[in-house]
Design a binder for this molecule. Structure first.
Ligand SMILES: Nc1ncnc2c1ncn2[C@@H]1O[C@H](COP(=O)(O)OP(=O)(O)OP(=O)(O)O)[C@@H](O)[C@H]1O
Ligand SMILES: [Mg+2]
Length: 550
């Protein structure tokens, strides 16, 4: 990039840098962002499709989770990357609604482009959008239905709604109950409200059997088997020693040579080693521990000696699991056997090895700390189990959201239609061009019911007209019944979502859209080329339309 002064070019940017500015830059960014929205549209709602994503090494992921879809796409365009951030923020804040947030942001940008083409300045649009977003949040607060934070009925419905749009939908009721039980088990009452840390819920997955075999475990599950066949496989009233160090005689760090001159010497040498190993087992025995869980390895001889004492042992347990075990059983992680005291032992009602699918896993149930739970996810194969884990994660998140902020809204596009209606009224009160921006924001909201309907094969124009009429008549929960292809009060279908998720979709989408609209200059360093206009304009959908380079 250069400029002329008195005929002499003044270089500002390094040679090879690219720049696009003004309308070009704006249009370019808007187009890239909208392509991302187009790419995820077909995944929205119970009738949405799943995506099969193949990474560089050929690994296949099947998902309809907006965040996962975008995570796995190799996206380069800076504005498109901002859309990926929308999904990430949405996921981090509330755990659901990622697809909706991205679709909304795309639509806000699409409508903004129409206004720019009509000569409305982007800063006016940005200001209008900010006001509209505030009004939208206020509208959501006004229509939200307050619930009790621990009332299982609504929590289950919210969890089931979040899974209605996933591969696991068939078993959503059962999984919803598990998610609700899990969240309520770890919820801590603080004053009048509750605090839930989802890290307290361990998730284990094991391919095999069917999704219906997914279980909530009041305790922990280790993907490990009992180390020795002679050990008990089931110990009740377990006193558990939690060892961070290995159970073996330390090998020296140097190669040493010992000259042995007689068979007696070999014997005494071996006896000495055996004596040390026995002493270690005695130390464990002295504490009356009947279960040993070790982060490192356990020597064969020690395994044998422990089995003779009727002690159950598990080795090579992940550090994170050791920490969870300590929390759950109220035991102490011990680095050296010398320091092991009876008071360091953890407690659980039952430690048992069970055969799960092809493998054996160790269950630690009825722990001292009842706030420790795990979900063991089962399902036909690895990919299915992974998608099931993502769906259970969404379900746990939405239940947590409602426990934290006990307000819900019905879904199916109903709240978005209410916002759209409220913004139509609000726009009337504003002067000039800002009015146009607020109205556009409201119209953008209609993309949610529209896409839900489109994915269910409904006629978009009829659907919208009918929905608008219902909402004008103050049928505020009228939404899309995607299975019967008609408009219905979403409360009757028990399609409920957390208020927090809906609010966050508006915040994330409005933030991304306004950020992209504010940019009117894209300067790319020498290594990258300035983004040109993608050829052929907007694609009709799918992944194919990303610009090959920018
Ligand atoms: N039975 C139903 N009938 C109509 N709409 C439904 C039903 N169940 C869920 N929905 C709607 O589907 C939408 C959610 O779809 P989906 O879960 O695919 O996307 P998301 O939550 O935005 O993103 P993600 O789950 O990928 O993070 C919400 O608008 C919700 O109200
Ligand atoms: Mg969802």
């Amino acid at each position: 990039m250069s400029t002329q002064t008195g005929g002499v070019p003044v270089l500002i940017l390094r040679e090879g840098s690219g720049r696009s500015s003004g309308r070009d830059a704006q249009r370019n960014n808007i187009m890239a962002a909208r392509m991302i929205a187009e790419a995820v549209k077909s995944a929205l709602g119970p009738k949405g499709m799943d995506k099969m994503l193949v990474d560089g090494s050929g690994d296949v992921t099947i998902t309809s989770d907006g965040r996962t879809i975008l995570d796995q796409m190799d996206i380069e365009h800076p504005a498109a990357k901002m859309m990926v951030e929308v999904a990430k923020t949405q996921d981090a804040e509330v755990g659901d609604g990622t697809t909706t947030a991205v679709i909304l942001a795309g639509e806000l940008l699409g409508k903004a482009e129409d206004l720019i083409n009509k000569g409305v300045h982007p800063t006016v649009i940005v200001e209008g959008y900010i006001k509209a977003a505030d009004k939208a949040l206020e509208t959501l607060e006004n229509i939200a239905i307050p619930v009790k934070p621990t009332e299982k009925e609504f929590l289950k419905e919210v969890a089931a709604t979040s899974m209605a749009s996933k591969l696991v939908a068939e078993k959503k009721e059962q999984l919803a109950s598990i998610a609700v039980e899990a969240v309520l088990s770890v919820a801590q009452k603080i004053g009048d409200s509750y605090l839930v840390d989802l890290d307290d819920i361990a998730i284990e997955k094991k391919p095999g059997e069917s999704l219906a075999e997914t279980r909530l475990i009041k305790g922990l599950v280790l993907d490990k088997e009992v180390v020795h066949s002679g050990m008990p496989k089931r110990v009740e009233k377990a006193q558990i020693a939690l060892l961070e160090s290995s159970l073996e005689v330390k090998k020296t760090e140097f190669d040493t040579k010992i000259n042995i001159e007689s068979p007696e010497q070999i014997e005494s040498f071996l006896r000495e080693e055996e004596g040390m190993l026995k002493a270690m087992v005695e130390k464990i025995g002295a504490t009356k521990a009947n279960v040993v869980i070790c982060q490192k390895g356990i020597d064969d001889m020690i395994q044998h000696l422990l089995s003779r004492k009727g002690i159950l042992a598990v080795q090579r347990v992940k550090e994170s699991d050791m920490k969870k075990l300590a929390m759950a059983t109220s035991g102490k992680l011990v680095t050296s056997l010398d320091g092991l005291l009876k008071s360091d032992l953890g407690y659980a009602n039952l430690v048992e090895e069970r055969k799960i699918g092809e493998d054996k896993m160790t269950f630690i149930e009825g722990c001292k700390n009842p706030r420790s739970v795990a979900i063991l996810i089962r399902g036909a194969d690895k990919r299915f189990v992974e998608e099931a884990e993502r769906s259970v994660h969404d379900a746990l998140c939405v239940v947590r959201d409602v426990v934290h902020v006990p307000k819900i809204v019905a879904g199916g596009g109903a709240p978005e239609m209410e916002i759209s209606r409220a913004l139509r009224g609000y726009a009337e009160t504003l002067p000039g061009r800002e009015q146009l921006a607020v109205r556009s924001f409201g119209e953008s909201m209609e993309i949610v019911p529209l896409t839900l309907g489109e994915n269910a094969g409904l006629d978009p124009i009829d659907l919208l007209l009918e929905l608008r009429t219902c909402h004008e008549k103050r049928e505020k929960w009228a939404g899309v019944h995607v299975f019967e292809g008609k408009i219905k009060d979403m409360r009757e279908l028990k399609v409920y979502e957390p208020l927090a998720v809906k609010k966050q979709t508006i915040k994330s989408a409005a933030e991304a859209a306004t950020m992209i609209l504010r940019v009117d200059d894209v300067i790319a360093s020498g290594k990258m080329k300035a983004p040109p206009m993608p050829p052929g304009g907007m694609p009709s959908g799918g992944y194919g339309g990303m610009p090959p380079e920018y």
